[in-house]
Design a protein around this ligand. Structure first.
Ligand SMILES: NC(=O)c1ccc[n+]([C@@H]2O[C@H](COP(=O)([O-])OP(=O)(O)OC[C@H]3O[C@@H](n4cnc5c(N)ncnc54)[C@H](OP(=O)(O)O)[C@@H]3O)[C@@H](O)[C@H]2O)c1
Length: 245
């Protein structure tokens, strides 16, 4: 399906963002931030979740379908300047890896690609993990797989494919999340274990803000920033210890 670029008579065409996994909590926040910033938005979500996006009816184009369906993704990303993908390791059939691969294969060359995941993903093996995160991966991970509920290794494989691609990717690694009003753009660091990240908490609305703001931030291309809320104690301690420029 051809999606028309929205153009007003006086200005240039709006930039188009495709949000893959738009109906989830993170996805809905990303839709809202993208619309607030004047982007044309195309969303992909499972058929049964379309009604979760009723609040945006008439303001976004929706392509219903599984996010690992290559035909669905091919249509959805057509002409997009950026694709924001929620990597969800649900089920045990490679849903996240299939989703990532479809986006990598079908996004237009040069498109900005953003992927969400958790801190357990590592780009260069230099992250230092707390016992809590290690336990989550070593104990809860296999249990979730056993129950066929989720497969953390699927998100690892999805990110491995992203890291190996020659696209303009950024993998945004979220800390523990909470709901609440926005506190502003999260701060980030290259490695889990860096003191600035110690608080391990980000508002979900601000995780979404980071994803959308990263579209225009070339400094983040080929990086996997680990983020934390800008008002958390560890972020504030880092800010007060850093001399003003
Ligand atoms: N939750 C955390 O504490 C946490 C921490 C760090 C990072 N993250 C990352 O943040 C991102 C968003 O995670 P979230 O936990 O906040 O969830 P979320 O935004 O609510 O997103 C969940 C997504 O999973 C989809 N989903 C649910 N059940 C599914 C199934 N059986 N098969 C396929 N898709 C299914 C949902 O689609 P429908 O709307 O169709 O159900 C939705 O797109 C993820 O990339 C996650 O790795 C989360």
């Amino acid at each position: 399906m051809e999606i028309a670029r929205d153009k007003d008579a006086s200005g240039p065409a709006k930039q188009k963002i495709c949000i893959v996994g738009a109906s989830g909590k993170l996805g809905q926040y990303m839709v809202r931030h993208a619309l607030d910033r004047g982007y044309e938005v195309v969303g992909v979500c499972r058929e049964g979740s379309v009604s979760k996006l009723d609040a945006f009816k008439g303001r976004i184009t929706l392509i219903p379908g599984a996010t690992d369906d290559r035909d669905v993704i091919k249509r959805a990303v057509d002409g997009s300047d950026a694709v924001l993908t929620v990597l969800v390791p649900r089920g045990v059939h490679g849903y996240a890896a299939g989703t990532a691969q479809a986006v990598l294969d079908h996004a237009r060359p040069g498109a900005r690609l953003l992927f969400s995941c958790g801190w357990h993903i590592t780009l260069d093996g230099q992250d230092v993990y707390s016992w809590k995160i290690k336990a989550l991966v070593k104990v809860a991970g296999p249990l979730a797989r056993l129950a066929r509920f989720a497969d953390l290794d699927d998100q690892v494989e999805a990110c491995r494919r992203v890291f190996a691609s020659d696209t303009r990717w950024t993998v945004v690694r979220g800390s523990d999340l909470e709901e609440g009003d926005s506190q502003g753009l999260p701060v980030w660091s290259r490695h889990v274990g860096d003191p600035i990240l110690k608080s391990n908490l980000t508002r979900r609305i601000d995780f979404a803000l980071f994803m959308v703001e990263a579209v225009g931030n070339d400094e983040l291309v080929h990086r996997a920033p680990a983020i934390v809320g800008c008002r958390t104690p560890s972020a504030l301690a880092h800010a007060s210890a850093t001399p003003a420029p």
